[in-house]
Design a protein. Structure first.
Length: 285
């Protein structure tokens, strides 16, 4: 059972070191719901199988496969089976720093200048795949240490990763596109609206009027972009908000359903237990 939902909507990432805007996040059996940020991200399926949704396209990553996620893309990750995956986030400031190297500039300039590429899915069928996996494993290992010069070792691995990618997949670095399509923009607006109004009564009709779309068109787009139906996503978002209140506040449990958009306390308890595997009161304890 997936037992956690990770960040949603626009994600303002605060890196642990201001002078090294980089982060490696190891995520076990958890769904990362739709969000976006202005950093480039590498998703690496350590084991198991995951579906990655990027700007309305679904990519299935099996064990050891890699997906390069362009900055400002609306993306989410949903395990298809018990899975552990790594999200390696490369801050735009780090890319700009690497761009100062004249030999590396041609590779990262389009990314650092605010353009993005079509997502790049790399599998065992690609000749460069073993080399890239080695780079990522080294990055993950270095990220978990506090050894001297850790940042330099990570930079070296990143340089080798992108240089290998550019050598064996040059088309990736020659097809820069302009930013988000209208559909992606609309879905970002829809998710922001849900984030701001989840405690209120929201229906598909609310969303279709807001987006000026038909119900069928909105429902199809939402599922395509997020991997969830509108009702599934809204319920999961409300559950996560309710779980945070249970764990981090002293509010009476009886108040939490109303505060998080669940109109019926019995329904809330049933859905909560079905998803988390235990009752709200057990979480509070």
């Amino acid at each position: 059972m997936i037992n956690q939902i990770l960040p949603y909507t626009y994600e303002h990432i605060v890196f642990s070191k201001a002078d090294f805007p980089f982060g490696t996040f190891i995520i076990p059996d958890s769904a990362t719901l739709p969000h976006w940020h202005n950093h480039t991200e590498i998703v690496y399926a350590k084991n198991g199988s995951i579906d990655v949704y990027i700007n309305g396209t679904t990519y299935t990553c099996e064990e050891n496969e890699i997906l390069l996620v362009p900055g400002n893309s609306l993306h989410s990750i949903i395990p298809k089976s018990p899975a552990i995956y790594a999200a390696i986030v490369i801050g735009d400031e780090l890319l700009k720093e690497l761009q100062k190297d004249i030999h590396f500039s041609a590779i990262v300039k389009p990314i650092a200048d605010g353009f993005f590429f079509s997502p790049c899915h790399l599998t065992a069928q690609d000749a460069v795949h073993p080399s890239l996996v080695k780079n990522l494993k080294n990055i993950i290992r270095e990220s978990a240490t506090h050894l001297p010069h850790r940042e330099l070792f990570i930079k070296l691995e990143l340089c080798q990763f992108f240089a290998s990618l550019a050598r064996y997949n040059p088309a990736l670095f020659s097809t820069a596109e302009t930013l988000s399509t209208s559909h992606t923009t609309n879905m970002k607006l829809a998710i922001e609206y849900l984030t701001d109004h989840y405690s209120e009564k929201i229906t598909i009709r609310t969303m279709t009027e807001l987006m000026n779309m038909s119900e069928q068109h909105f429902s199809r787009l939402f599922k395509t972009y997020t991997g969830k139906t509108f009702v599934e996503y809204l319920t999961l978002y409300r559950l996560e908000c309710a779980n945070k209140l249970l764990l981090k506040s002293n509010l009476p449990i009886t108040q939490i359903p109303e505060l998080t958009g669940f109109c019926n306390p019995n329904y809330f308890s049933r859905v909560y237990k079905n998803y988390y595997g235990h009752s709200p009161s057990q979480s509070r304890k």
